[in-house]
Design a protein around this ligand. Structure first.
Ligand SMILES: [Mn+2]
Length: 397
């Protein structure tokens, strides 16, 4: 991505936040064990505003100036981890000035003395729902700023709204990631009879993605044979494929920062008529739901129509005998935004807008029959309707 993209994004959030200064901290590196860390992933807002993919950096945006603040990195870490230089930071992000850490601390003091009103990313509103620890980078910055400045504006929502509308460059990057992912699906589908284990399929995607320069998978890939598909976040991918059953693949490459998120369900050997019927219902619902999408469509109306379509699908399969059966057999949501985050926020809009990219992913899961089917495509809302970015890949068995 060109530095103009990040410069533009900084200007846009500065205006939307409507304060004197916007300050963000990126993620820090996390311990894996002893002196080894997990592969670094940048906080997605921080990346969106800077393009910096290194741990421990801060961003300060003022009306006429923008700064990146470097972390304090000692000689030993330089030798072991390499370094991301101030020149790199400036070239990639297009900020005006790169400050050493101490100078960044001083800048915060100056801002406090001048009585500046500021915004940052506040506490994650969903943190109670997560079963994991949050990255201390942004969390500690929030606490630090609260400590220094007292009242701070949370600009998380403004950022989500900006990020929800993709630029043509972002859409192109998503298209590239989708193209690469589709190539993987096509190769697997054509050779599905040659695979014996879930991990063999995963490995073929790994190879293709890295061979083509992708950073890898945009999320933990799901290769789920038979009943494993009923575990929605199944990710072990260790089991044998089951002859006469389905294998569900939910996989997407990440290329130059942008992901694909595609699901197909294929048959391994000859499957029963019941299998085919379930697949056909999901496939039919999938295409009906995509047809709904257009700019100006009310999100609540969309949700209502999706429920209607999915009720018909489940009813056709004889699965709606009880009020709770709808959520039992279709337990997840139909769509999520797709962007720097695989589960990108759409910023809680009332209606869909041109430039939004979202998934459509209906699924039906019948654990007692060992059948799970999901089909997922990535859809761009256009000025006049929608474009299915991943429709180059057939949804059929
Ligand atoms: Mn998805």
């Amino acid at each position: 991505m060109e530095k103009e993209f990040f410069t533009h994004n900084r200007q846009a959030i500065y205006e939307a936040a409507d304060v004197d200064v916007v300050i963000l901290a990126g993620n820090v590196s996390l311990q894996r064990s002893n002196d080894a860390s997990y592969a670094f992933e940048q906080e997605s807002n921080f990346w969106y505003l800077t393009g910096v993919n290194a741990p421990g950096w801060w961003l300060v945006i003022e009306k006429e100036m923008s700064y990146l603040v470097a972390p304090d990195v000692d000689e030993i870490h330089h030798i072991f981890d390499g370094s991301f230089s101030s020149t790199d930071a400036k070239t990639i992000s297009g900020v005006d000035v790169v400050l050493k850490h101490k100078a960044g601390e001083n800048l915060l003091e100056t801002l406090k003395e001048s009585g500046s009103k500021l915004a940052t990313i506040g506490e994650d509103p969903h943190k109670e729902q997560y079963d994991f620890a949050l990255n201390p980078g942004p969390v500690n910055m929030f606490l630090k700023l609260q400590d220094i400045f007292g009242e701070i504006k949370d600009c998380r929502h403004e950022l989500a709204k900006l990020r929800a509308i993709k630029t043509p460059e972002e859409i192109q990057l998503i298209r590239n990631a989708i193209r690469l992912t589709i190539n993987g699906f096509e190769a697997v589908r054509n050779n599905i009879h040659k695979y014996s284990f879930e991990y063999e399929i995963e490995a073929d995607f790994d190879y293709r993605f890295r061979k083509q320069g992708a950073s890898g998978h945009a999320y933990d890939p799901i290769v789920a044979a038979g009943k494993n598909a009923c575990t929605l976040h199944y990710g072990k991918n260790q089991d044998p494929l089951v002859p006469g059953a389905f294998v569900l693949l939910d996989i997407g490459a990440r290329l130059k920062g942008y992901p694909a998120d595609i699901t197909r369900t294929y048959a391994h050997g000859d499957v029963s008529d019941r299998h085919r019927a379930v697949h056909l219902e999901v496939e039919t619902a999938h295409h009906k739901i995509i047809e709904l999408l257009a700019p100006g469509l009310n999100v609540k109306d969309y949700s209502y129509e999706v429920d209607r379509i999915m009720h018909v699908a489940l009813d056709n399969l004889g699965l709606l005998n009880d009020d709770s059966d709808y959520r039992k057999y279709f337990p997840h949501s139909i769509s999520h935004g797709l962007g720097v985050d695989v589960h990108d926020s759409l910023g809680g809009p009332e209606t869909f807008q041109p430039g939004m990219v979202l998934t459509v992913e209906p699924g039906i899961y019948i654990p007692e029959e060992g059948i799970g089917v999901r089909i997922e495509d990535d859809i761009l809302i256009t000025e006049t309707g929608h474009e299915n970015l991943s429709d180059g890949l057939p949804t059929s068995l």
